[in-house]
Design a protein around this ligand. Structure first.
Ligand code: SF4
Ligand code: SF4
Length: 185
């Protein structure tokens, strides 16, 4: 689905200050930040008291999301969406438009039609979700009356174009198939 021209927002870059135009102060500022982190990491490593957060991604993946902070479990990570299936493998969504109405980023587009099944009136013929426009607020899953849309723990979604990042119904159902073992919070 091509993005309508009216939905594309062009953002102008803010003008550089004289200091930024000179570049060198910013370069030294950046080097200072790097040095600060280097010293901090080396201190932790030498002290042995704290586990380093860096890892060899993608060979090593972070599976302990949600992160623990100060020993407390924080079960609120919100990653890529999935459209859930019901017990019969059908899309659970009943095309009620509650999620798209609640979405503050207007990134869900649904086309509903009469359901071919007796147990519901409607189902989504089309269900597109723009993952680049989404702000991962979780309002859609809060609004859904039938637990059809959820945000998973999957965090490494990539695409080579904007179009690729617009997840259609099949792609969202495929995310469900790939993440069905893990119930999002
Ligand atoms: S997480 Fe928020 S912004 Fe993203 S689709 Fe859901 S309601 Fe919209
Ligand atoms: S995902 Fe849920 S809230 Fe959104 S249209 Fe489908 S049933 Fe309604």
């Amino acid at each position: 689905m091509p993005i309508p021209e009216a939905d594309i927002i062009n953002v102008d870059l803010p003008p550089l200050t004289p200091g930024e135009n000179f570049y060198l102060p910013e370069v030294f500022k950046g080097l200072g930040t790097t040095l600060k982190h280097m010293v901090g990491s080396a201190g932790k490593w030498l002290g042995g008291g704290q586990r380093l957060k860096t890892m060899e991604y993608p060979e090593v993946r972070r599976e302990d999301i949600p992160l623990e902070q100060g020993g407390a479990h924080i079960p609120n990570f919100r990653g890529v969406h999935r459209l859930n299936r019901d017990e019969d493998g059908r899309v659970r969504c009943v095309a009620c438009f509650m999620c798209s109405t609640a979405c503050p980023a207007h990134c869900i587009h649904i086309e509903g039609a009469a359901a071919p099944w007796d147990d519901r009136e409607k189902y989504p013929v089309k269900f597109d979700l723009d993952e680049l426009r989404c702000i991962f607020c979780g309002m859609c899953e809060e609004a859904c009356p039938v637990d059809a849309i959820e945000l998973t723990y999957a965090y490494d979604i990539v695409g080579l174009s904007r179009q690729e990042m617009i997840f259609d119904k099949e792609k969202l159902l495929a995310v469900y198939d790939a993440t069905v073992e893990r119930k999002p919070m």
